[in-house]
Ligand binder design. Structure first.
Ligand code: JHZ
Length: 411
């Protein structure tokens, strides 16, 4: 039988072996494996530890779980959030104003259910999605977004170049961090990208993770935790460079890089600024990681004590957003179906199932008012604004929200 995971021995960017563990979250389940009630005897857990490469500063997990186990049948749907959809809309408009035009090919790597490509298609671009999740590729294809159900790599890039020609824009949103062989990934981008095209990636930024203690974005799907310096190093090895880099608030704080061939020269100086901010924040200093690891324990202590007091007073708690990150928060803090009655979530693929290990039933948000919990823990805290807007009636009926991160708050 093939091993379910392998241990990391060398940094995936610089190949050095000077790796030091700074965080051990213990054995954790795969965050998107929501069992049916009859499947709970077969749940698995895997070690979740983070290492720092002292040579190139890339943070990365100590193991790599077999990607087929994680991504071939994927329950996370990008299009569940209106805020994310308008984020994609803005990107399509922006890029069509200076970087591409009607008829140009736009390729989205890890296109999920097609959320990012729909607005490009509406504008008149040719679009192609790549996603290993067979279930999601099917949905996207049915909705008119041509999607190849494969993992992205050099070999696939060559085939697409033959069949579709070069891509004016290649996007990779919330996927760079999920990739083990980043060299083959970037080499594929280099092959398919048109000579004046842009590769645009967006990924949670380790600066936010460390400074705001967003430890719940650490899970087996996220193999790397990115900052600009190791990314620039990787790109330069493949003849690519950063033209500009931006910070975005989405998903708790992300960096978005606009990457060009190294023979182009469209840099606007933003990468120097982001690098400076990163240096000031301390993410290139190992001591920041040791104190982060201590702060993670305080988050657990404070959240547990709040929930304990609420339950002691006889009040009920449910959660909203059966998110991947929520499953780390729950499992690490030891919060389960004994404290939390329901997990409300719009994702059809998650409803009728249980949260991994913690076994909280996932149900449709239409049931929120009939269940009327006293408190709603927003485990998808990165979408708090949108969720609170969608659940106004709950709030008007006296319901309260607990926002666990970046600061624990009750509203
Ligand atoms: P959300 C995902 O993580 C997985 P998750 C992935 N690995 C990744 O990298 C990050 O995103 C960036 C639900 N919801 O987006 C949908 C509603 O039901 O914070 C989701 O289950 N109604 C690709 O899972 C969850 O909440 C709503 O109105 O941590 C949100 O999960 C909204 C706004 C969300 O990412």
């Amino acid at each position: 039988m093939q091993e379910k995971y392998r241990k990391l021995t060398n940094c995936r960017i610089c190949k050095g072996s000077n790796l030091e563990e700074y965080l051990d979250l213990g054995e954790m389940p795969l965050v998107n494996s929501f069992p049916l009630p009859g499947e709970i005897d077969h749940e698995e857990k895997f070690p979740l530890e983070v290492l720092l490469c002292h040579d190139c500063h890339l943070s990365q997990l100590s193991i790599v779980v077999d990607p087929s186990l994680l991504f071939r049948n994927y329950v996370y749907r990008s299009s569940m959030s209106n805020d994310f959809k308008s984020h994609c809309n803005d990107l399509a408009k922006e890029l069509n104003s200076y970087a591409c035009k009607k008829g140009d090919l736009i390729v989205d790597i890890a296109s999920n259910d097609g959320a990012l490509l729909h607005p490009f298609k509406r504008i008149g671009n040719r679009v192609l999605g790549i996603d290993p999740a067979i279930n999601l590729a099917k949905i996207a294809n049915e909705e008119g977004i041509e999607t190849i159900p494969e993992f992205w790599n050099e070999g696939l890039a060559k085939k697409i170049l033959q069949s579709h020609g070069p891509a004016k824009i290649i996007t990779a949103f919330n996927i760079f961090a999920h990739v083990d062989d980043v060299h083959s990934f970037i080499s594929g981008v280099k092959i398919l990208l048109d000579k004046d095209g842009f590769f645009v990636f967006e990924s949670p930024h380790i600066q936010d993770l460390i400074t705001k203690v967003e430890f719940d974005t650490i899970y087996h799907e996220h193999l790397s935790y990115l900052s600009s310096s190791p990314v620039a190093r990787l790109l330069s090895e493949h003849g690519l460079r950063i033209a500009k880099i931006e910070k975005h608030n989405i998903h708790g704080g992300s960096i978005r890089g606009y990457i060009e061939h190294n023979f182009q020269n469209r840099s606007n100086g933003s990468s120097e600024k982001v690098l400076k901010d990163e240096e000031i924040s301390g993410i290139y200093n190992p001591s920041s990681y040791y104190s982060f690891s201590e702060q993670v324990k305080s988050v657990r202590k404070n959240l547990n004590s709040l929930l304990h007091n609420i339950k002691r007073d006889g009040q009920s708690i449910s959660l909203f957003g059966a998110s991947a990150k929520g499953n780390i928060l729950l499992n690490y803090c030891g919060i389960d179906h004994q404290q939390i009655d329901y997990a409300f979530d719009h994702t059809p693929e998650k409803q009728g199932r249980l949260t991994p290990i913690t076994h909280i039933p996932v149900i449709h948000p239409d049931l929120l008012l009939s269940k009327m919990p006293d408190y709603l823990l927003l485990t998808a805290w990165n979408f708090s604004r949108e969720i609170m807007e969608k659940t106004k009636a709950y709030q008007e009926n006296g319901g309260k929200y607990i926002i666990p991160l970046p600061q624990l708050r009750v509203l």
